[in-house]
Design a protein around this ligand. Structure first.
Ligand code: 16G
Ligand code: ZN
Length: 522
């Protein structure tokens, strides 16, 4: 195949105007939307090649998730819903850093290195969030796919987890579900309705939810779910798109600012579910009778879910484990290992690392504290559960229904919410009962800007600094002075900054620790 058409379209419609090196990071390429057109086009080209390379459908999602409206981004989805393979992240980086004329030789290089048969058909699924720039950028992706002779299917505005779902379903021949948006809503809501068939209330559990759609696609997705879910839950949707995407609301705002989202009435003792701009993260929060704010993040969700599944798998000889990152609150790790006896593994930040580590268990629950996560079941686990369910084992029957509520292909805010609701309902818990399971250690996150964040390198799942020399020693010394102190620093994979995390026995101490460590980095 020759790539003269790819070069022509690049030069005429998507010329590159920057020379600064750009890297495919943890979240793909992400920046201000007006600098992304040539990148989108090239990711279309790459998706066309990757589809041929894997003889499968590849997904391209256009979103900047929880970031502000002027930003956008692009991520490729591999055949089974996974994040793009590392070797192809390198190809993505090479392709984006080529000149317009250099596209041809960059593509040829990828074809020869990956031994791609370019005569094969290529099909790419494209989805986008609600950002005003997403439509234009979607056209650029499609132009790229077309310029390498590929075909595309445009799913329009969808959540990130929906795109992962349809890609997976299409590639496994429909075993996981029907590869359509409707198929996704129906599978998950049908399973949830079934779990609720015995009634919607139980003990302290009340099926009332205030839903914060972050003014994005999560609001659309929830109203679609509600159409399918009849009366299983009593959800009121706020931040439907009348305000600015992710602005003072949504999962990232609630988690980072530790504040109730604007646009949602301050009803006491009712849980609020906040999702992010592409609906792959979820954070719960509530106000008590005094109006005091409480947040239940990915750690709270992970421990709730892992504890419940651990009970259901008893007797099935399956190994269940939880994967967290260094950001997991120390109290959550202590609770889940010491109280519930669930083994915990720690992975580097980024979904692909957690997902990969979760595969080592028969049932792997993985969650980032920011609310991104899911549960994955190995083939062995599925078979064991189905066999036991057919033999009328009660827990296994329940587990097999719970399985269909979960979107295993990636973290999915709404599917995760339905899973949390399932566990709370089963336990007869109110949101404060859930919150009382353990108390988070006070913590603080900070960011500092340094000349070159790449000078900081880490090991041990980012918990220890390797370079610059001496930094880890200094951190150790600082931490020693704090009761229950823990702190680490890592270069961000998505912004040009260094992140600092600190926890200690009081908020004041955690703040103080974070500041001292930040000073050591700066
Ligand atoms: C990306 C990651 C997310 C991670 C975040 C960390 C994926 C799909 N997303 O959004 O998992 O928590 O980056 O950002 O992997 P940071 O490196 O800037 O802290
Ligand atoms: Zn997101």
């Amino acid at each position: 195949m020759n790539f003269t058409e790819a070069v022509r379209v690049a030069q005429e419609q998507y010329p590159k105007k920057v020379t600064k090196p750009i890297k495919y990071g943890t979240a793909g390429f992400r920046s201000r939307a007006d600098a992304l057109d040539f990148i989108m086009y090239r990711m279309g080209l790459l998706a066309g090649l990757r589809a041929r390379d894997t003889s499968s459908v590849i997904g391209v999602m256009i979103t900047a998730s929880h970031n502000p409206v002027p930003d956008n981004g692009v991520k490729l989805v591999d055949p089974m819903g996974e994040m793009l393979a590392p070797a192809w992240e390198v190809h993505a980086t090479t392709l984006v850093n080529a000149t317009d004329e250099g596209i041809a030789s960059a593509l040829e290089g990828i074809v020869s290195e990956a031994h791609i048969d370019t005569s094969k058909k290529a099909l790419v699924f494209v989805g986008r969030d609600t950002r005003p720039s997403s439509n234009r950028l979607c056209d650029a992706v499609i132009a790229g796919v077309t310029a390498v002779g590929g075909e595309f299917k445009d799913f329009g505005i969808v959540s990130t987890p929906i795109l992962h779902y349809v890609v997976t379903c299409y590639n496994d021949g429909g075993k996981y579900g029907e590869a359509t948006v409707q198929g996704y809503y129906q599978k998950i809501s049908r399973a949830f309705n079934k779990l609720r068939s015995s009634g919607t209330s139980n003990g302290n559990y009340d099926p009332v939810i205030l839903y914060d759609g972050a003014n994005g696609v999560g609001a659309l997705a929830m109203s679609e779910f509600l159409n399918n879910m009849k009366k299983s839950l009593n959800v009121t949707i706020f931040n439907k798109g009348e305000g600015v995407l992710n602005h003072l609301c949504g999962a990232d705002y609630v988690k980072v600012q530790q504040k109730w989202p604007e646009g949602v009435p301050k009803t006491q003792n009712v849980r609020c579910v906040s999702v992010d701009g592409d609906a792959d993260r979820v954070i719960y929060s509530y106000l008590d009778s005094d109006g005091k704010f409480y947040m239940l993040d990915g750690d709270k969700i992970a421990t709730l879910v892992a504890g419940y599944l651990q009970e259901l798998v008893k007797g099935l000889q399956l190994k269940l484990g939880l994967v967290q990152t260094a950001y997991a609150n120390g109290a959550s790790t202590a609770y889940i290992t010491e109280k519930l006896g669930v083994p915990v593994a720690c992975a580097k930040t980024g979904v692909k690392h957690l997902h990969h580590m979760a595969l080592e268990f028969n049932i792997g629950v993985y969650f980032e504290a920011n609310g991104h996560g899911t549960v994955i079941f190995s083939k062995t686990a599925r078979e064991a559960i189905e066999t036991a369910a057919q033999a009328k084992n009660n827990s296994a029957e329940k587990l097999s229904q719970v399985l269909d509520v979960i979107n295993e292909t990636v973290g999915d805010a709404i599917s995760d919410m339905l899973l949390v609701e399932t566990v709370l309902h089963a336990r007869g818990w109110s949101v404060s009962d859930w919150n009382d399971a353990y108390t988070d250690l006070p913590n603080r996150q900070m960011k500092v800007t340094v000349a070159d964040r790449a000078v900081i390198t880490t090991t041990d799942a980012e918990r220890v600094c390797v370079t610059p020399e001496g930094l880890q020693n200094t951190i150790n010394k600082i931490v020693k002075a704090f009761l229950k102190g823990r702190s680490f620093v890592r270069p961000s994979g998505t912004e040009d900054i260094v992140r600092i995390y600190a926890e200690a026995s009081t908020q004041e101490e955690a703040d103080n620790l974070a500041i001292q460590v930040a000073c050591a980095v700066y």
